[in-house]
Design a protein around this ligand. Structure first.
Ligand SMILES: NC(=O)C1=CN([C@@H]2O[C@H](COP(=O)(O)OP(=O)(O)OC[C@H]3O[C@@H](n4cnc5c(N)ncnc54)[C@H](OP(=O)(O)O)[C@@H]3O)[C@@H](O)[C@H]2O)C=CC1
Ligand SMILES: O=C(O)CCC(=O)C(=O)O
Length: 452
């Protein structure tokens, strides 16, 4: 797995100290495999014990969230915030509400966020938070009470220049609104402490679309640079049917592709005529319903229920795959099926959706592989633009924000690509390129700021 004694020791210690955290160890292993190349060139990394410090969160907060459901029964959940690294800016990263959330998930997401935020070129450190609260089936009033209870603890740890949370799985505009309202009430201040806010109270135009659009801008730039091609006429598989998936589908179709799949945790849609994205928005964003509702309304769509935990969407003949649901949703068998069916490029809208062996398989087989920390950075980049607008007390137009987002995503692609080439790995290995490029800036800042 590793060549150098230093990296071997760092990873062995990490395994010992985080034995029950598989997602965290997976993310760390993937990053260390890339960073070994820079460690070999720069002795100051080992001298300053940068890897040990980089992998250890500056702060990990865990707290009780007690709230009342609609029957006036007391419910208890667990809340988290990891403030992972502040070398290049205030901690920044989303909040996830999903029953699977635990320390391992929060730490893997926080670790990825450090590199992602660095790649955006904006001054943002890495953080992430969440709860094992399950928003599915909860009334609007229950969601509000949970968000208020969550923020009643979190507020003391965050602030516009300290830590700026946002949304992630299970946390969208509605939840950010309730979280912001409670923060404002407790602190008695109106600042940009959360991003992804409603447009009426400091949100940025294009933040809703940003992650999905950004994945497509990144994919388009990679296709153009490495293959001289575009989305025009291509067939695309997307997984997920949430915020990232919906706007990835919308932009891919605007750029001339046909997207034939999407999914939720119960099943998937195959729609050979192309996903009707307006219908998908109606089902998911307005009605908050399941994909079975989409299939009822759309004659050309097939609905498949998931039986053995399989994701389903990776078995079709497509040119482009955009995993946009959740971690480890694309395994080695899925990767083999995609390659057999002629996929050219895989760019991740979700965080770590591809298992490590599947990612290696793509890279070894010449597939352009854009990891989430690079390809989905458009969400947090636009959050960074929301922070700029809040500080300046003004709002930019949709076109201004979208143009900046596109420029940032193109820049991230070129940074990852150029770094891959510079370090002598295959040019389709954007994973190594993204890891090293994101890390270098954080590493230099950590050394300059002294031992901490
Ligand atoms: N929102 C953002 O700006 C950003 C999000 N991301 C990442 O993108 C991914 C999707 O986030 P987002 O679209 O915001 O979240 P949403 O909550 O809007 O949507 C999540 C989608 O993924 C599905 N999903 C979630 N968990 C699972 C699971 N365990 N198994 C199968 N399907 C699942 C959901 O299905 P169901 O409804 O059935 O649960 C839903 O379709 C995540 O990995 C997130 O970290 C990355 C960068 C920014
Ligand atoms: O917009 C943000 O601050 C966070 C986005 C996020 O959570 C992510 O990039 O995974």
């Amino acid at each position: 797995m590793f060549r150098t004694e230093y990296v071997k020791k760092v990873y062995a210690d990490l395994q010992k100290n985080n034995a029950n955290e598989p997602e965290f160890l997976q993310a760390a292993q993937e990053i260390l495999e890339s960073l070994e190349l820079i460690v070999e060139k720069r002795p100051d990394i080992e001298q300053n014990r940068i890897l040990e410090r980089f992998l250890e969160p500056e702060r990990f907060i865990q707290f009780r969230v007690a709230w009342l459901n609609d029957k006036n029964e007391v419910q208890v959940n667990r809340g988290y915030r990891v403030q992972y690294n502040s070398a290049i800016g205030p901690y920044k990263g989303g909040i996830r509400f999903h029953p699977s959330v635990n320390a391992s998930i929060i730490k893997f997401l926080g670790l990825e966020q450090i590199l992602k935020n660095s790649l955006t070129t904006l001054p943002m450190g890495g953080g992430k938070g969440g709860s094992n609260f399950d928003p599915k089936g909860k009334s609007d009033a229950e969601i509000m009470r949970f968000c208020q209870a969550f923020m009643t603890e979190l507020y003391r740890h965050i602030g516009p220049d300290t830590d700026v949370p946002a949304g992630d799985i299970g946390v969208g505009g509605r939840e950010v609104g309730y979280l912001f309202g409670q923060y404002k009430r407790i602190r008695d201040e109106f600042t940009g402490t959360l991003t992804g806010k409603g447009l009426a109270f400091g949100g940025s135009l294009a933040r809703t679309q940003a992650t999905g659009y950004g994945v497509c801008y990144f994919t388009q730039e990679a296709l153009k640079t490495m293959k001289g091609e575009t989305f025009q006429g291509k067939t695309v598989a997307v997984s997920g049917a949430g915020n990232v998936a919906i706007y990835a589908i919308e932009k891919a179709q605007q750029l001339g592709a046909k997207v034939v799949t999407c999914s939720d945790s119960n099943g998937w849609i195959y729609d050979p005529e192309g996903i009707d994205v307006e219908l998908l928005k109606e089902v998911k964003e307005v009605k908050r319903a399941r994909l079975t509702e989409y299939a009822k309304e759309r004659k050309s769509a097939e609905y498949h229920e998931k039986k053995n935990g399989e994701h389903g969407v990776w078995n079709y003949k497509v040119d482009i795959a955009l995993p946009c649901a959740t971690q480890n949703e694309l395994n080695l068998d899925d990767a083999k099926a995609l390659v057999k069916n002629g996929v050219q490029i895989v760019c991740e809208g979700a965080n770590m959706p591809t298992t490590l062996e599947a990612a290696h398989y793509f890279i070894d087989n010449g597939i352009i592989y854009g990891p989430g920390k690079a390809a989905n950075a458009g969400g947090v980049a636009t959050s960074g633009l929301e922070m700029c607008q809040n500080s300046a007390r003004l709002s930019w137009t949709f076109e201004e924000v979208d143009a900046k987002l596109k420029g940032i995503m193109e820049g991230i692609f070129h940074n990852a690509h150029d770094t891959a080439v510079k370090y002598g790995v295959k040019e389709n290995d954007l994973l190594t390129g993204a890891n090293i490029a994101g890390f270098e800036k954080v590493c230099n800042a950590m050394i300059a700021e002294g031992v901490f």
